[in-house]
Structure formats: structure tokens, C-alpha cells
Write a protein that binds this ligand. Structure first.
Ligand SMILES: Cc1ncc(COP(=O)(O)O)c(C=O)c1O
Length: 393
């Protein structure tokens, strides 16, 4: 079914890539809820286990539904291989454990998801992998932070929650020059609006939990890149250590990918309208959204992305109390830290997603107490504004 899909357009890939229709003739992809696979005889079992014959053995290694999701996402990101994982965090962990060893060094943007900082500092740090942090768009700082033992450059662009942008192509040149791998967390844009591999990145990370699902149902992650590193080294880690994606979740994400281009367009349009409106509210000190002309990297965002994403952050006057008042005054928007859902969500990063960082780390990352993050859903924007105006007036 998906043979020759290289020629298809992006929207067709989102709907069709990775489908291998069975003899039942199903139109929608089936869910293979099976933990193991049956061999014709002992010789076939031996051939599969030795690798002499390709095919399924056990669902920790491969599963047809998971593979359909992996092939579809690889096609959308323009990567040779994708491996699906049980969460976005374990996609990052698997990449690091497969590709790094004790004594290696990571340079990361300081504007990354709070749990990723904890993963790098508290867990990789225990095994002798050290991480240095640099401001996302300070290219001199990236260059200076690279040491002879630096193996990975890691960033999110746009960043969570301040929607800062890094020039991926520029960092890819630096990574290549200094012999490092460039790893980009593409959660906020998805391949619909940004394709880091085409800009020179080596590996793309996803929390499928966000826009790939799109309706806030399942937790999952993915890693996309080349056949050697992702298809062999990272897949080898996953197969042995086991943080694999469940077939049911893979099916939910697979169906989510079919509507991803349409949803991303709608999320971005709603976020832009909300951001423009927030800029006019007297109690709002600053709005962070790359689609606004006031965003310091608006031009770079226009060049590198085909859309501006669905997340808008803003700072209200009055610090934490004022921010909590806005959040607690909502009746429609969901108070939850997840994002990328059809339902608009609102959160206070300083006490939720970034609450486990020290006050100094938060200050360095620019996450103030008055900051609120909204993930624009697919409701009528007028209703979302109405919901916010209660706490803002
Ligand atoms: C940018 C980003 N990367 C990674 C993650 C981790 O993903 P997960 O929650 O699926 O483990 C998140 C989760 O919120 C995120 O926002």
C-alpha cells in the first residue's frame, strides 16, 4: 500500500503512508493487540531470532500497528527511520542512552522542557554525562560551550513556554563542524510546520502525547532520523530495554496523523487571533508568540516554519497571584499542563511544568511568576477570549 509513497504530497502521506493492508481488505488500519508472533516451525523461529529472516518476534521489538505509525511519521519528517516510544521523555532518554557513554557531554538550550533538564542533570548526570546550558538563540554561547567530548546539541524550537526560536540550519552547520549530533525536539511545530531534518538536524524528537494525538488521549513519543543511528542503535536500545509504544496508543497516534495538517492550521490560526487580542489587554505585560510582528524572532520563524504553532504565552502584571486569578477565573479552558489538544488548556509554568526547577534556573530561563501558557484548542476563539477576560479585567 505504501510502496512508492515518496512521490506523494505531504497531506497524502499523513493519511496513507505506512499502511500495509491485510488480506481482510480493511480500509482503516487494524490494531494488532498481540504480544508475540507465531512461527511456522522451529527453523523459522531460529531464523527470526538470529536476524537471518526479517519479521515479527515479540511486540517489545516490533508490532505492525506501531510500525505503521513509525513509517508514517518518518515519511512526514523526511527521515529514513522512526522508532516509537512509550512517552516523549523516554524518546529523549533512549536517544541519550543509545548514543552516549559516561564522560560524554551535552550542550542544551536552557529553554527546554523542565523534565528534560531533570533527566539530563539528575539521571544522565549520575552516569557521568554532563550537560551545559546556553541561551537558545546565542550562537556564540553554543560554540563556546562545545568541548572535545561534546556529543549532542539538544534544543526545542519554538521553546516551551516562551516560544523562542533557534536557527536550526545555523546550529546544524556548527554541529557538523564540531563533530556533534544536532537533536531537535519538534513538539511545538510538528512536521506540518517545521522539518528539522531538512534543515540539517540529525535527530527529531516527539512527544506524540501532544499534537500527534491531538485529542489528549494517550502518552507516547518518537525518534526520527537515519537508518544507522535511529534504525539500528536507538532501535537496539529500545528492543533490549523495552520502553516501547503500545499498539493501542500507536493506533491512536496513527489516526491522529491523518488530521494533523488540518488541525495544525486551525490551532495556529486560533493562537494568532488570541495572541493579537492578548496584546491589546491592559493587564497583559507581554505576549510570546512567534506569529506576532513584535516577536524578536518573527522573521526567523517565517523563514524556518510554515506556521507558528498553537501555543501562546503571556505575562500578566501582578506576578503569581494575578496569574492564578486569571487561571482560576476560567470556566471553559481546561486547567491542565498538557498541550496540543482540541480543548484549549491553560497552565502556570512556574508552579507546574517548570516547578521542579530552582528559582535561579527559572529566572535564567526567563519564566516569571506572572507567566501563563495557553495551548489554543479548536473551540470558537470568541469563547476562549470571553473565558480569559473574566480574570483579566
Ligand atoms: C516540548 C516537550 N518535549 C517533551 C515532552 C515530554 O513528553 P511526554 O510527556 O510525552 O513524556 C513534553 C511534555 O510536555 C514537551 O512539552
Amino acid at each position: 500500500m505504501s510502496d512508492g509513497f515518496q512521490e506523494w504530497g505531504f497531506d497524502t502521506l499523513a493519511v496513507r503512508a505506512g499502511q500495509h493492508r491485510t488480506n481482510e481488505g480493511e480500509n482503516s488500519e487494524p490494531i494488532f493487540l498481540t504480544s508475540s508472533y507465531v512461527f511456522k516451525n522451529a527453523a523459522e523461529a531460529a531464523a527470526r531470532f538470529s536476524g537471518a529472516q526479517p519479521g515479527n518476534i515479540y511486540s517489545r521489538f516490533t508490532n505492525p500497528t506501531v510500525r505503521a505509525f513509525e513509517e508514517r511519521l518518518a515519511a512526514l519528517e523526511g527521515g529514513e527511520k522512526c522508532v516509537a516510544t512509550a512517552s516523549g521523555m523516554v524518546a529523549i532518554l533512549s536517544t541519550c542512552l543509545a548514543l552516549l557513554k559516561g564522560g560524554d557531554h551535552i550542550v542544551a538550550s536552557r529553554n527546554i522542557f523542565g523534565a528534560t533538564v531533570l533527566l539530563f542533570n539528575n539521571f544522565l548526570g549520575k552516569f557521568g554525562v554532563e550537560t551545559s546550558y546556553v541561551p537558545l538563540a546565542d550562537y556564540d554561547a553554543w560554540e563556546k560551550a562545545i568541548r572535545p567530548n561534546t556529543k549532542l546539541l539538544f534544543l526545542e524550537t519554538p521553546s516551551n513556554p516562551l516560544m523562542e526560536i533557534a536557527d536550526i540550519a545555523r546550529l546544524a552547520v556548527l554541529a557538523r563542524k564540531r563533530g556533534c549530533l544536532l537533536v531537535v525536539d519538534n513538539v511545538f511545530c510538528t512536521p506540518v510546520q517545521q522539518q528539522p531534518l531538512a534543515l540539517g538536524a540529525d535527530i527529531v524528537i516527539h512527544s506524540a502525547t501532544k499534537y500527534l494525538d491531538g485529542q489528549g488521549r494517550c502518552v507516547g513519543g518518537a525518534i526520527v532520523g537515519d537508518a544507522e543511528r535511529v534504525g539500528k542503535e536507538i532501535f537496539g536500545f529500545l528492543r533490549t530495554c523495552g520502553p516501547s509504544m503500545s499498539p493501542f496508543n500507536a493506533w491512536v497516534f496513527l489516526k491522529g496523523l491523518e488530521t494533523l495538517p488540518l488541525r495544525m492550521k486551525a490551532h495556529s490560526a486560533n493562537a494568532l487571533e488570541l495572541a493579537r487580542w492578548l496584546e491589546q489587554q491592559p493587564r497583559v505585560k507581554r505576549v510570546y508568540y512567534p506569529g506576532l510582528a513584535s516577536h524578536p524572532q518573527h522573521e526567523l520563524a517565517k523563514k524556518q516554519q510554515s506556521g507558528f504553532g498553537g501555543v501562546v504565552s503571556f505575562e500578566v502584571a501582578g506576578g503569581k497571584d494575578a496569574a492564578w486569578h486569571v487561571i482560576d477565573s476560567t470556566r471553559l479552558i481546561s486547567i491542565t499542563a498538557n498541550l496540543g489538544d482540541t480543548k484549549s488548556t491553560i497552565t502556570h509554568p512556574a508552579t507546574t511544568t517548570h516547578g521542579r526547577l530552582t528559582p535561579e534556573q527559572r529566572q535564567e530561563a526567563g519564566i516569571g511568576d506572572g507567566l501563563i501558557r495557553i495551548s489554543a484548542g479548536l473551540e470558537a476563539v470568541a469563547d476562549v477570549k470571553q473565558d480569559l477576560v473574566r480574570g483579566l479585567s
